[in-house]
Design a protein. Structure first.
Length: 500
């Protein structure tokens, strides 16, 4: 069977698939150029046979045709974060064991040494889409792997979540029904393209439906407002931090600009928030400004989207609604017994949208599922009057900052490699802008010679920008319980929460 996503594109032929600045590309362009990319990647072979290919390309047309080209050649795409320093990229390369890396020339400096050291070819994205006589494109099985997305867990460095083509198809089919996607939709995309939110909820949902996806290379609040003010964007999706930033930019604008911007956002048929808890104050302010009530939904890299407020009907502030079409969600206690409505429980999810495995991590995979096949999310919730309310994570060591999931333990592990650091504890301080603000306390080997500036510079070199602690305190000792274990609730007291 060929990929449904690709088959459907044939029918959308001359409709606009992607817009980037002044450039518009049709579905026919997407099919033609992605088959060129596939031909070049195959380079005489019949099928990439699930070989991994990393993509280090900024959001834009090149990114989309590289992704489709890899899939059409039978490969597995490994989208990499363009903001990550080489140390983080090295982990992905080591783990995914790709056969090549596709990179945009502006990002060569980040990747060339890593690739050279490992004898890996770096393929320039624009060269891959240069005309060539096309070869026969292989038949790709929907049950096969399509992408590996890296996500943090409580232990170690980020793990690769393997999503199949079928998973992705099930995810977009569910969202299509739930959110009423159709070919007249036009969505704005500025989210990073190494997460399900940007890739599946926005880009692939648009392409599945013959809609138009307009891509901005990065988020900029004024640019987003200006674009919305043309009143022809029908759908908008972002994380709570972004809605917060948009609100702040709107407050700074003059009265005429505010009116134009608000009317543009109000013209969207639907605006969605997710990837982290949406503060009720943010929902209320957005509604006050634009007249639109945000639709909050809940999801995860391993499962796509699971819970959503309704397209039509009441969207309750502070709640994430009910299970999406085709997805089973349940709440259980510590011994896997269902809990009653009104009782807090652990969220478990089952269905065709759910991934099968962490890449080359059979033990982690086994531990992530119950014996009867439910995925254990690690999140807690309660059902009240038929709708789910997320209560938080089971582990204090998993944080969400600006929609990015991170592991406190991973950051602690990196900080401990600094010779001046004896001990380190990282916490997520509640913060109305970031969700969790990453903060660290350090016990130094030699406090007179260790500065917080140096520690931040050290972290910046080794960690993704959003993992770098925003505040670092050097303290004489860490708070511990009677068993000698560091008590994170006590560590939190070193920092000031920024609540709405
Ligand atoms: C950037 N910074 C962050 C950050 N992003 N700090 C904490 N958390 C983040 N997420 C840092 C920068 O390193 C910089 O630090 C400072 O903040 C300001 O940077 P910026 O350039 O202004 O930030 P910006 O590039 O605008 O990024 C902010 C953002 C971005 C919110 C637009 O983080 C973003 O797009 N987040 C969305 C992530 C996402 O798509 N998640 C979905 C995961 S999938 P300094 O020190 O240099 O000043 C998922 C499943 C689901 O969760 O349910 O969807
Ligand atoms: P990720 O691993 O980046 O896909 O992040 C998934 C996690 O984001 C979930 O396990 C939740 O903890 C969190 N999350 C996603 N959506 C919401 C939401 N609407 N409210 C609260 N948390 C959310």
């Amino acid at each position: 069977m060929t990929l449904h996503l690709v088959d459907r594109a044939e029918a959308y032929s001359n409709r606009t698939a992607i817009v980037v600045g002044e450039d518009a590309y049709t579905y026919s362009d997407l099919l033609r150029v992605s088959s060129i990319v596939a031909t070049r990647l195959l380079s005489g072979r019949k099928n990439l046979n699930a070989g991994r290919i990393c993509i280090l390309v900024p959001p834009g047309w090149d990114y989309v045709v590289m992704l489709w080209g890899i899939w059409r050649a039978g490969g597995v795409a490994v989208p990499m974060a363009i903001s990550h320093p080489p140390a983080e990229l090295a982990h992905v390369i080591e783990d995914a064991k790709p056969e090549a890396i596709i990179a945009h020339p502006t990002l060569f400096a980040q990747i060339n040494n890593l690739a050279d050291e490992r004898g890996l070819p770096v393929l320039e994205s624009s060269t891959l889409s240069q005309e060539i006589p096309l070869c026969e494109i292989p038949i790709v099985q929907e049950e096969g792997p399509s992408m590996i997305l890296y996500t943090s867990g409580t232990t170690g460095r980020p793990k690769g979540v393997v999503l199949t083509h079928k998973n992705i198809r099930s995810q977009v089919e569910s969202l299509t029904v739930a959110w009423g996607w159709d070919h007249d939709d036009h969505i704005l995309l500025h989210l990073p393209l190494h997460h399900v939110h940007g890739i599946v909820n926005v880009l692939l949902s648009a392409l599945w439906n013959g809609s138009t996806c307009e891509i901005f290379p990065q988020f900029n609040a004024v640019e987003v407002w200006e674009r919305l003010s043309h009143r022809n964007i029908t759908l908008y999706m972002a994380v709570p931090t972004i809605y917060r930033r948009l609100i702040e930019a709107w407050k700074r604008a003059n009265s005429a600009t505010r009116t134009a911007w608000a009317s543009g956002a109000g013209a969207c048929r639907l605006s969605v928030s997710g990837s982290a808890a949406l503060p009720v104050t943010t929902l209320e302010l957005w509604e006050k400004i634009t007249g639109q009530r945000l639709l909050e939904r809940y999801g995860m890299t391993e499962i796509g989207m699971a819970l959503s407020n309704p397209l039509n009907g009441e969207r309750r502030p502070g709640y994430v609604g009910k299970a999406l079409p085709g997805i089973e969600v349940r709440l259980v206690d510590e011994v896997n017994h269902l809990v009653a409505e009104g009782e807090p429980g652990l969220i478990q999810v089952r269905g065709a949208t759910v991934f099968n495995e962490y890449w080359r991590q059979p033990k982690e995979t086994e531990a992530a599922f119950t014996t009867d096949g439910w995925f254990i999310t690690g999140d807690q919730a309660v059902v009240e009057a038929g709708a789910y309310r997320i209560l938080g994570r089971s582990s204090v060591d998993i944080l969400k900052t600006g929609g990015e999931k991170i592991s406190a333990l991973e950051i602690e592990g990196v900080m401990l490699t600094h010779p001046g650091v004896r001990e380190c504890a990282v916490v997520g301080v509640p913060d109305v802008d970031w969700g969790d603000r990453v903060c660290a306390v350090i016990v130094s080997e030699d406090k007179d010679h260790l500065s917080t500036d140096e520690l931040r510079a050290f972290a910046k070199k080794r960690l993704a920008p959003y993992k770098v602690p925003k505040e670092i305190l050097i303290v004489p000792e860490l708070p511990r319980n009677t068993m000698g274990k560091v008590t994170k609730p006590e560590v939190l007291k070193f920092f000031k929460p920024e609540k709405a």
